[in-house]
Design a protein around this ligand. Structure first.
Ligand code: HEC
Ligand code: HEC
Ligand SMILES: [Ca+2]
Ligand SMILES: [Ca+2]
Ligand SMILES: [Ca+2]
Length: 459
């Protein structure tokens, strides 16, 4: 490095040190390289199709397979018998992938919690089942379906009420947060007292092949289960039962990293979210009413090829490029993102090695997640364990593309149940291991806060 460069760097480091003696440790981020948020899969779209475009480097038979998967993702299933796409239900939450993941993005929290939507409650009894996963509730299973086809009853109707909680910034600005409290309003047979509930809203589905292809050792290198470095942050991997390989595997998908693979996530979505059986999960859900039999004798209702195509589709959706990284406010915001420790969990950079899907091989990309679980505090807790994730732990969400949510989905409902109405509220809900970070955010000046938001909105 040239001498002048060295002095400039030193001056910059000491500037940030002046603010907070703790944070001299990180090199200042080079934002230029982060434009390619999805490495070579990155797409340069800022329209409502920003999440719905095939990876830029996809071509030939891979592109055709992606487009076939696109059709499957949009297929609406109907009651059997039907010439095409029959077999929805007997109980279900929604009837197509795209209905819950609109434009491959995220669902809004529904204005009426029982309208058909991208929201549902998971359930289980306290403790662990054989494979270490949640213990199914007899006659309800592990997911509650609030829709049913003719002749069957929805398992439950959901209920929600709200507790107000004020947050006051260092400069006196007040934000009123609303904490949702979930319950069961009606059920087809009595819902067991003491069964646990976990709210889940459908997240975006682009860029997932890259997340699946991060080498496990790379994720595990950021684990700090006992917080041995004493910074209050202790990322922990989830290990889950993978029903496809019948092994224990690193959990990567779902809000608690409760699923190992995209293929399993998709087969699980067909079964539990839509009531569609596949060779991976051939038995209808709704055991309580139908005894696993809707009378059609048509299981599995879709071929393995369909699940495979839709999974391939999710794996190969391109990631939107970051925007405005040369703006001064965005650059200042990126430094705050490091100095108030957001980047400790939302780790900007990840890599892949060789992958059988060629476009995913050897990529450097910027998802802003460590793929690990963190205690997010009492207010965020669902108090329902999911494999190694306890009732307070959630997986760090990737932040890539988050600034396009309004354009793509027409809302900014964030966090696992959409309780945050915007990014500021999402940060204010952070607790537990993120408390120091959240308090530092609250003590920023209004201008600094707007810089930080400018950075997040540029992702
Ligand atoms: C009723 C709404 C609903 C339907 C229908 C639905 N999903 Fe989802 N999806 C969700 C929710 C909620 C989650 C989060 C689940 C969790 O945290 O356990 C999710 C998670 C996912 C994920 C993991 C994303 C991540 O970043 O971890 C993928 C992939 C996915 N869905 C694909 C699909 C596919 C493919 C279909 C159609 C076969 C589908 N989904 C149908 C609601 C839905
Ligand atoms: C201790 C780890 C940790 C730290 C530190 C942290 N986060 Fe998070 N963040 C998470 C987790 C975990 C979630 C997902 C919470 C959930 O499931 O609802 C999340 C969610 C978010 C979301 C919502 C994402 C979405 O898709 O809904 C935003 C925005 C966010 N964080 C921004 C920040 C910012 C800005 C900071 C710094 C002030 C920060 N986070 C610090 C762990 C962390
Ligand atoms: Ca069915
Ligand atoms: Ca159920
Ligand atoms: Ca630590």
């Amino acid at each position: 490095m040239k001498k002048t460069g060295f002095w400039i760097l030193l001056a910059m480091l000491s500037l940030s040190c002046e603010k907070d003696p703790e944070v001299g440790y990180e090199a200042l981020p080079n934002l230029n390289e982060r434009v390619l948020a999805g490495g070579e899969t990155t797409v340069f779209l800022t329209s409502s199709n920003a999440f719905s475009t095939p990876a830029a480097n996809l071509s030939g038979s891979d592109l055709n397979k992606h487009l076939d998967g696109d059709l499957q993702f949009e297929s609406v299933f109907v009651s059997a018998p039907s010439e095409i796409n029959g077999g929805v239900g007997p109980i279900f939450n929604n009837s197509s992938c795209v209905a819950c993941h609109p434009k491959d993005g995220r669902s809004a929290f529904p204005s009426n919690i029982n309208q058909i939507s991208g929201f549902f409650l998971r359930t289980s009894l306290p403790g662990q089942a054989e494979m270490g996963g949640p213990r199914p509730v007899p006659n309800f299973g592990k997911q509650l379906q609030n829709q049913a086809i003719f002749g069957y009853e929805a398992e439950v109707q959901f209920a929600v009420s709200y507790i107000q909680r004020p947050e006051i910034f260092g400069d006196g600005t007040k934000v009123m947060l609303q904490k949702p409290v979930y319950g069961i309003a009606e059920s087809y047979i009595p819902f067991p007292e003491g069964a646990l509930l976990s709210p889940r809203l459908a997240p975006p589905v682009f860029g997932l092949g890259l997340l699946e292809a991060i080498p496990a050792f790379y994720i595990l290198s950021n684990e700090d289960v006992n917080d041995s470095d004493g910074d209050g942050i202790s990322g922990k991997a989830n290990y889950v039962h993978d029903p496809i390989s019948n092994t224990v595997a690193l959990g990567r998908f779902g809000w608690k990293a409760n699923t190992a693979t995209i293929l399993e996530q998709c087969a699980g979505a067909y079964l539990e979210d839509m009531g569609i059986t596949s060779p991976i999960f051939p038995t209808e859900t709704g055991m309580g009413q139908s005894n696993g039999n809707d009378g059609m004798g048509d299981d599995p209702e879709i071929a393995l090829e369909v699940v495979d195509e839709v999974a391939f589709y999710c794996k190969t959706l391109g990631v939107p490029a970051a925007r405005n990284l040369n703006e001064a406010a965005v650059q200042r915001g990126s430094q705050l993102f490091e100095s108030i420790q957001c980047a400790k969990c939302h780790i900007p950079k990840m890599i892949t090695e060789y992958n059988p899907i060629q476009v995913l091989s050897n990529q450097v990309f910027y998802p802003y997640t460590d793929m690990l679980l963190h205690d997010m505090g009492e207010d965020m807790a669902d108090n329902r364990p999911d494999f190694l994730a306890n009732g307070r732990e959630w997986k760090t969400r990737p932040l890539w593309g988050i600034g396009l949510t309004q354009i793509v989905n027409g809302h900014t409902h964030f966090l696992h149940d959409g309780r945050a109405k915007n990014i500021t509220e999402a940060i204010l809900w952070h607790g537990g291991e993120a408390t120091t970070s959240k308090e530092a955010f609250k003590n920023l000046t209004a201008e600094e806060r707007s810089d930080l938001l400018a950075f997040i909105n540029a992702l």
